[in-house]
Design a protein around this ligand. Structure first.
Ligand SMILES: [Fe+2]
Length: 287
């Protein structure tokens, strides 16, 4: 029998997890995690005080997390891990619309809106009106009818519904199904730059740095159709100056869109808009 020493503790622990896990994947992940964690601690001569502080910090990360506040996802995002995993598993051809992060603010089960309809919670006078339209296609260029386009974004004040108190009305999220020719169209407002939540443990860390907590404005999509893997992505204003400093590394080539200004008048969805508004075209190419 061997007891732990500084020299053998890493191997003792890693092989225990390797040999006594009930399935090969748990064995692999846990033994590798042990080796990397031990190496991190050795390399940085991690003190007991620092590790205790870290465990307290992890506890707070769990305590602030609930159905709508996802601090661990946020942590994964700001560490670049979420986006790294997206890229690691990204085997899409260039012509496909690229995936990017789901983010912490997705709420499933949004209400359905018709073609040309408006996202719930947006009034006539709110923000800069935006008409977004396009076509859902397969890589062969054929339109996809009945694709589910699940959209969510912040409103003109920078708030996502997921940040509102529980029981708040639906805000800036909806589902639309593409028409027979693959087309979709809806009215929304221009999304705005916003800060990731900084009132929790991730914010505590950011306060020790000069890292920007401001995400460039964007609109999220989850697009699904039978026979196609679901696309999770979001689109950005090509003019934004914050694309490269995005704290969650979400911006990618191919997801930048032109929001083109229009004079007041009848919008493409038939709405009379009494002030300048924007239009944007966005086609989805599903694998
Ligand atoms: Fe977002």
């Amino acid at each position: 029998m061997s007891y732990a020493t500084l020299q053998n503790i890493t191997e003792l622990s890693a092989s225990r997890w390797q040999e006594q896990a009930k399935d090969p994947r748990t064995a692999q992940l846990m033994s590798s995690l042990v080796r990397h964690l031990h190496e991190f601690a050795r390399e940085n001569a991690l003190s007991m005080e620092e590790w205790f502080e870290a465990t307290e910090w992890l506890s707070r990360t769990g305590q602030i997390t609930n159905d709508t506040r996802k601090e661990f996802i946020l942590l994964s995002d700001v560490l670049g891990l979420s986006m790294m995993l997206e890229l690691l598993h990204d085997s899409k051809p260039d012509e496909a619309t690229q995936n990017t992060l789901l983010g912490p603010f997705y709420i499933p089960g949004s209400p359905e809106i018709p073609y040309g309809g408006r996202l719930p919670g947006i009034g006539d006078d709110d923000g800069i009106p935006l008409i977004l339209s396009g076509t859902v296609r397969g890589l062969d260029g054929e339109p996809i009818a009945g694709a589910t386009i699940d959209v969510w974004q912040n409103d003109h004040t920078g708030i996502y519904e997921a940040q509102m108190p529980e029981g708040s009305p639906v805000l800036c999220r909806a589902i639309q199904h593409s028409r027979d020719d693959g087309s979709y169209m809806f009215r929304t407002v221009m999304p705005v730059d916003y800060s990731i939540p900084t009132d929790g443990p991730v914010g505590e860390l950011f306060a020790k740095t000069d890292i920007s907590d401001v995400r460039p404005a964007h609109i999220h999509f989850k697009v699904g159709a039978e026979g196609h893997p679901t696309l999770v992505t979001h689109i950005f204003d090509r003019q934004s100056t914050r694309l490269e400093s995005d704290p969650v590394f979400g911006a990618r080539d191919g997801l930048l869109v032109d929001f083109i200004e229009q004079e007041a008048g009848t919008a493409p969805n038939g709405d009379a808009i009494d002030r300048p508004y924007r239009v944007a075209t966005l086609d989805f190419a599903l694998v």
